[in-house]
Design a protein around this ligand. Sequence first.
Ligand SMILES: [Zn+2]
Ligand SMILES: [Zn+2]
Length: 268
Amino acid sequence: MAGHITELVQGYIRQAVRFLLPIHCSSCSSLLTDDPIPHFCTDCWSSIALMPEARCSRCDRPFPSSIATTYSPTHVCQPCAERPPSYTKAWTLYPYTPPLQHAIRLLKYQGKVSLAAPLAALMIARLPPLESIDLIIPIPLHSEKLRQREFNQALLLADAIGQSLDIPVSYTNLIRTVSTPAQTTLSRKSRLKNLRRAFAVRHPHAILKRRILLIDDVFTTGTTVNECAKALRRAGSADVFALTLSRTIDTDIIPDRILAQRPFHRIF
Ligand SMILES: [Zn+2]
Ligand SMILES: [Zn+2]
């Protein structure tokens, strides 16, 4: 009852503030009224696409056709078959496309930390079975980048997931020892070179034989997650799993009906 009243009061405050200071949806520019998610209208938020059904059973890479997993649900993609990753399984929950892409950028680059809770809620809504996990670790930022940004978006997400699952979160043991340029601007080969041995475990005894879940916001090539898993396994952990909010994806792999539903958006 008290929770319901708090929600009601928060709703009134939100409406009053938005009446005095009109705020527009960051995706479709429509005026926000009592939409519960900061910076986004309810229509845009509910249009966040899901990943295609057929995906690699190891790295979650979507296959161009659903035939790939129809007869063999454990089918793995060619890169995983040729060079199995150090993590046991990665789950990548939503395609990195607007409006989710906008929301992640607002959180990371414009410091809109009020989006951390709704983004974590998107992850919690689609959690895979994680009963056997002992410890959650967010992908660390280098201390220099942490100083610039003032927060680690992966830690905000990990913290909410840890609370929801009642699993401890460790955020000081795995560290990034090498400061690397923004990964999105580099080729796959340069990313690999940059990230090799970029992570270290400060207290190996604290992760010894523990089953670990890594958390991050965006999965691009998987190199970052894989290098973290490598460092953890080298330091003596048991299986390492990875859960990321979103994944960069070829837009031709997203079904047309989802793209057609997508509202007009501003690019920023
Ligand atoms: Zn909108
Ligand atoms: Zn794969």
